[in-house]
Design a protein. Structure first.
Ligand code: FES
Length: 362
């Protein structure tokens, strides 16, 4: 598996993600012919965008919202208060260029077959679900999708027109339910937030049947995905069929700092760590009490693959080929990956000498 790489892509078009550009924008990119193979994606994957903003090198991950083969590469960027990249994105125009990493992510739906899907999204969590819905409904002609989409009110619904179009085009196979917290809808069951109680109500009314889905995709804040996972399991869903992606975690930066402060004291400081990337080896010193491997590598001028730096996206996944390490946080590696020795460089600190982290390991 090739390490993800950045390429300079030109923005082809920009559109608002709601009725108001201030809420965020969707960007489509022109992908030159020689790069097209690298930018093929599986529905559910994301792109990491990178730009220098006010002198700082900023990168952020945004999910692709397009059909996996028939539409231009498009990401949805929801504006967040004081969000450096999302506010910058609103100033972009067609013809501008951005550094765009090749698609990454394992919150994916492999298209093919006859399947029954449940998608649950909140806010900007709709972006990967939209790509999955477009691709499944078009390319799996007998598959069905139920999408529960939580928002504040009608005006804050992202990609509303796209969703309405899908609903009109695939009336028989696409069930879309908007669940709104701050706007009363005619059907009482559509009011409130997507949580345990809501899933239980929907199940009681036979609007969802968690035992029947071939795949369930959850995308939104950590509290929602955790609560919904538990509720779905209690309602009989198969754990192996539940996939989730976090857009935000409940951990604040302060909490993450605290995690670092309370870490065990037996870590080595200034430990040599060897990094293997694209066949080349480079050894850096990592002060495990004060920095992660990723932080030390960036300080040393190495260009390791990373995006969120928060343990959520998995872009910095690598394998511990030698030595002992520990992670601060892990929101994206599966249990089997941790058991197999994979780690997240943005969360990893050495616990012994002679640690080797292999970014080329598949
Ligand atoms: S950069 Fe996202 S998990 Fe490490």
């Amino acid at each position: 598996m090739a390490a993800p790489t950045f390429n300079q892509l030109t923005i082809n078009s920009i559109r608002p993600v709601t009725g108001n550009t201030e809420d965020g924008v969707a960007l489509t990119f022109d992908v030159p012919e020689p790069l097209q193979a690298q930018y093929r994606f599986i529905p559910g994957q994301y792109l990491t965008l990178r730009a220098e903003i006010n002198g700082e090198d900023i990168r952020r991950s945004y999910s692709i919202c397009s059909h996996h083969t028939d539409e231009p590469l498009e990401v949805g960027i929801k504006c967040v208060e004081e969000g450096q990249f999302s506010n910058y994105a609103k100033t972009l125009k067609p013809g501008d260029q951005l550094q765009v990493m090749t698609p990454e992510g394992r919150f994916t739906a492999k298209i093919g077959g006859v399947n029954n899907y449940l998608l649950i999204a909140a806010g900007s969590g709709i972006t990967p679900c939209l790509s999955i819905a477009k691709s499944v409904l078009t390319d799996e002609p007998e598959s069905r999708i139920t999408l529960l989409y939580g928002n504040h009110n009608t005006d804050s619904i992202m990609f509303r027109k796209d969703l309405d179009n899908l609903k009109n085009q695939f009336t028989e196979r696409f069930m879309l339910a908007h669940i709104l917290t701050a706007e009363k809808q005619d059907a009482a069951i559509s009011n409130g937030r997507i949580d345990t109680e809501k899933l239980n109500q929907l199940s009681e009314h036979k609007l969802i049947d968690p035992t029947s889905y071939d795949a369930i995709y959850l995308c939104g804040p950590q509290a929602m995905t955790e609560q919904c996972t538990e509720a779905l399991l209690a309602l009989g869903a198969d754990k192996e069929r539940i996939h989730f992606e976090l857009f935000t975690t409940g951990k604040t930066q302060a909490a993450q700092q605290q995690t670092k402060k309370t870490r065990s004291k037996d870590k080595a400081t200034g430990t040599p760590v060897t990094l293997v990337l694209d066949g080349a080896e480079r050894t850096i010193q990592v002060d495990g009490d004060n920095e992660t491997v990723l932080a030390a590598a960036l300080k040393a001028g190495l260009d390791l693959p990373f995006s969120c730096a928060g343990g959520m996206c998995c872009t910095c996944r690598c394998k511990v080929a030698a030595g002992d390490t520990e992670m601060d946080l892990n929101f994206s590696l599966a249990d089997w990956e941790v058991e197999a020795g994979y780690t997240l460089a943005c969360q990893t600190r050495p616990k012994s000498n002679n640690v080797i982290l292999d970014f080329d390991a598949t």
